[in-house]
Design a protein around this ligand. Structure first.
Ligand code: NAP
Ligand code: ZN
Ligand code: ZN
Length: 350
């Protein structure tokens, strides 16, 4: 065991506080990583506050991890000490089911995807995430990060990046298509960058007037302010694909009605409350409404390599870990441009 320290939620209603814990010994297939940066995902807030229920405490959140390898197990072949690496939203799975063998480990058919925090290892011990100084992960669930990327700005690729890249690849987003992105937050701004990079004509939907210029800079051909339902009506029937990244309950029907016949709307935002959809809205134009979570290890590596090739990273605000609770409040108010990333050099062994 080795000593680790970070910040944890001890209960669902208290702020995060400094917290010490143990990481397992480096096993034959493990790499030990000194964490340099960790992104702040809205899922960290949902889980720290038990908004999805079933949260496990103490919880050290964080699943957008970038760091350097400091130790490798005897059987490790993919990494050497000093490599720049990433860890995303899960750190193990059954490895033998159809989903795992097809590179879709996040949908493990045996339900054995082990998430990076708010989860338990097979021995029942708690899995702690990336708001911490170091982590030990199996090399097969560790990603290579090009050192050419800005490492702080690359951290959000490990969740916000793959979560938006994966459905665009799955549903074949590309040139000649009209694509809508709903919500311009951490996921939304990465979705916008990918859709633009893949050659689609992109419309950004936002509730925030202050984000209009940014949306255009990030690749939007058009920006629609959704506070005015009349403006949305004018866009009816014009989209092939809509990716919904919104973290709070909202009316899905108003976006479904923007799709063309046979259009797809994919939900990646995960509000805790359920939504209702009219069967007439879907049936009337043979529409599909789907959902998607993150992406498999192979596709995450593909996305990271795509980002290195196309020089895509997140737009970030780097913060010391001591203001993590204020950062959570700002994320809830949609007041971040567009991802907070913790500089782990700020973390002290308290
Ligand atoms: P975020 O940075 O807070 O962005 C969410 C955006 O949603 C906000 O910037 C805002 O965009 C919009 N929004 C917020 N409240 C709204 C409201 N009441 N009505 C309408 N729009 C609202 O969060 P994130 O980190 O991108 O995560 C977004 C969601 O995706 C969260 O629920 C998170 O848990 C989930 N998530 C899912 C996956 C997955 O695998 N499926 C992975 C990561 C995260 P505007 O200011 O532009 O309106
Ligand atoms: Zn996330
Ligand atoms: Zn499996």
């Amino acid at each position: 065991m080795s000593r680790a320290f970070g910040y944890a939620a001890i209960t669902k209603s208290d702020p995060l506080v400094p917290y010490s814990f143990e990481r397992r010994d480096v096993g034959p297939n493990d790499v030990q990583i000194e964490i340099l940066f960790c992104g702040v995902c809205h899922s960290d807030i949902h889980q720290a506050r038990d908004e999805w229920s079933g949260s496990i405490y103490p919880m050290v959140p964080g699943h957008e991890i970038v760091g350097k390898v400091t130790s490798v197990g005897s059987a490790v072949t993919k990494f050497v000490i000093g490599d720049t690496v990433g860890v995303g939203v899960f750190i193990d799975s059954c490895r033998i089911c159809k989903s795992c063998t097809q590179g879709e480990e996040q949908y493990c058919d045996n339900g054995e995807t082990i998430f990076t925090y708010n989860a338990k290892y097979k021995d029942g011990s708690i899995v702690y995430g990336g708001y911490s100084n170091q982590i030990v992960v199996d090399e097969n669930y560790t990603l290579k990060i090009s050192p050419s990327l800005n490492l702080a700005a690359a951290a959000p690729l490990l969740c916000a990046g793959i979560t938006t890249y994966s459905p665009m690849r799955h549903w074949g987003v590309g040139s000649g298509q009209r694509v809508g992105i709903v919500g311009l937050g951490g996921l939304g701004h990465m979705a916008l960058k990918f859709a633009h990079s893949l050659g689609a004509h992109v419309t950004q939907f936002t509730t925030s007037l202050s984000k209009e210029q940014d949306a255009k800079r990030l690749g939007a051909n058009e920006v629609i302010l959704t506070r005015d339902p009349e403006v949305l009506k004018k866009a009816a029937g014009s989209f092939d694909f809509i990716l919904d990244t919104v973290s709070a309950p909202h009316d899905l029907g108003q976006y479904l009605s923007l799709l063309k016949r046979d259009g797809h709307m994919v939900l990646v935002g995960l509000p805790s409350e359920s939504s209702t959809v009219s069967a007439f809205t879907l049936a009337g134009k043979r529409l599909s409404l789907s959902g998607s979570i993150i992406g498999g290890i192979a596709q995450t590596q593909e996305m990271l390599d795509y980002c290195a090739e196309h020089n895509i990273v997140s737009d970030i605000e780097v913060i010391p870990i001591q203001i993590i609770n204020e950062a959570f409040e700002k994320v809830i108010k949609s007041d971040v441009k567009y991802r907070f990333v913790i500089d782990m050099a700020s973390l002290k062994d308290e």
